[in-house]
Design a protein around this ligand. Structure first.
Ligand SMILES: [Fe+2]
Length: 485
């Protein structure tokens, strides 16, 4: 455990941290000081439990187990904020919610149902309103957390697919407002859906982070894939508060984050810090070499698409081509492409990017591209360079460089007779908050590039996909194509 006396070290680290450089990692099990009864250093604790009705286990890095099922509210601090949703289980039958309260609040409950008015009126489960208990945890961030952070997390399972639910979190006498969230179509369904892609929100320059979220909300996307670097310093709770409390006009980012599940990759600034691990609920299947309770890398299905979130900012670089690559190959091998023709991968550091601040990560390319090629991954979504870039379709490596694959109209992959894509499109779409970088299109693998604050929307309808990139600041379209396989 790190002592609070290490706070000066952390502040020194903060002051030395250049823009998006290597920060080193403060691991989830080494970045905080949990409260000790005697004021000393308690041992790191964690707890695992199966939420009611769920087919998966939740492991929390630190938890006050006595808090489960209580209605205790902090009498002095009625705050309940940062409500945001994600998935830790099947997207067609579950969702998870995290939020923050005053330090002494232990109530960690959710009420939900398909009747908004009934959920609005309820103080307890009954009738058409169901309830679940979650868990709570307290930690002192190494920096920026004030007297500490009280978090809550609840998992809801056993839901119907393609159904809109209404929910509120908190406990008797103190509930959040009512939010809505929709479950996914069943795996393999050809029902249309859409999702947004952003990354590198960290400094919220030009207020572009909430602006991007409002645009995605207005577009009605079903969920969001975020390629990392949510905050400037992952161990700094003040940075996370800025992230969750950002707003523009009467729109709060949580208006969107509480409705549309947020699925994130760890960036070098997020540091795989306890703050990151504690504040999100993602699938938790621990594989070889993985830390952070299985949240370093994970996958999920949504309709007829499969999504893989990788971690390229690891403690031990050997895991990139080792355990993580083995997990990636096994995960992709399980995908039935007749039912799920689309595969999207997201991670933070691009390995195709053209003359921007960060060079292509060639070690990452050598470790992962052969697997992306083997399983015909359609899109790889990254950030780290705060720009918009789309590659030409790429398949194969020659001399460490990608081989530009056959392209159709507007640089779109063509497909062979078996219906498999002839090339992976590598996208860098990040900078809804971080400082913009320069970028070039003068690389053989580049199709287009721009120094803008981008977000991307994918609209999937069966075997047809429409890709549109936008400038978050103007709302203008930057790039669009449709492909069918
Ligand atoms: Fe980065």
């Amino acid at each position: 455990m790190l002592h609070r006396s290490l706070a000066p070290f952390a502040l020194a680290l903060l002051s030395l941290l250049p823009a998006c450089e290597e920060t080193g990692l403060m691991r989830f099990d080494g970045g905080t000081t949990p409260p000790g009864e005697d004021g000393g250093e308690p041992a790191q604790r964690q707890i695992s439990y199966t939420p009611e009705g769920c087919g998966y286990t939740v492991t929390s890095p630190e938890l006050e187990s006595a808090a489960m099922g209580t209605d205790v509210q902090d009498p002095d601090n009625p705050v309940l904020h940062h409500v945001h949703a994600s998935w830790a289980g099947p997207t067609d039958s579950t969702f998870a919610v995290n939020w923050e309260t005053g330090l002494r609040t232990l109530a960690s409950r959710i009420l939900y149902g398909t009747d908004r008015a009934a959920v609005e009126a309820a103080e307890a489960p009954g009738g058409d309103v169901l309830g679940r208990n979650g868990h709570t945890m307290f930690y002192r961030a190494m920096i920026g957390g004030g007297p500490g952070t009280r978090l809550h997390e609840v998992h809801v399972c056993g839901l119907e697919p393609e159904t809109t639910y209404y929910y509120k979190v908190g406990g008797p006498g103190r509930w959040s407002r009512v939010y809505e969230i929709a479950t996914a179509p069943p795996v393999g369904s050809t029902q249309p859906f859409s999702f947004g892609v952003t990354g590198d929100s960290r400094n919220n320059l030009e207020n572009s982070w909430p602006i991007s979220q409002r645009r995605l909300d207005e577009a009605g996307v079903d969920f969001q894939v975020f390629s990392g670097d949510a905050v400037f310093l992952g161990a700094n709770q003040a940075d996370w508060r800025q992230f969750f409390e950002a707003s523009v006009d009467d729109f709060d980012v949580t208006d969107f984050l509480a409705r549309a599940p947020f699925m994130m990759a760890n960036g070098n600034h997020d540091q795989l810090a306890l703050n990151y691990v504690a504040q999100f609920a993602f699938p938790q299947e621990v594989s070889e070499g993985e830390r952070a309770q299985g949240m370093e890398w994970y996958s999920f299905d949504y309709g007829n698409a499969h999504f893989v979130i990788l971690n390229d900012t690891v403690n031990d670089s050997a895991v990139l081509a080792g355990g993580q690559a083995r997990w990636l190959r096994e995960d992709l091998a399980r995908v039935d492409r007749t039912r799920q023709p689309w595969i999207f991968v997201s991670h933070h550091r691009p390995f195709y990017t053209c003359r921007s601040t960060h060079s292509p990560d060639t070690a990452l390319r050598a470790a992962w591209q052969p697997i992306f090629d083997e399983f015909s991954v359609d899109f790889v979504l990254t950030g780290h360079n705060h720009v918009y870039e789309r590659s030409t379709p790429i398949r194969g490596l020659e001399g460490g460089e990608g081989v530009v694959a056959a392209t159709g109209t507007n640089g779109v992959p063509t497909y062979d007779m078996a219906g498999l894509p002839s090339g992976t499109v590598y996208v860098v779409a990040a900078g809804v908050g971080a400082e913009l970088y320069e970028v070039s299109s003068e690389c053989t693998t580049s199709f287009t590039s721009m120094s803008v604050r981008p977000y991307v929307i994918f609209e999937v309808e069966g075997r047809t996909l429409t890709y549109t990139a936008y400038d978050a600041m103007s709302g203008g379209m930057l790039d669009q194509f449709t492909l069918t396989k």
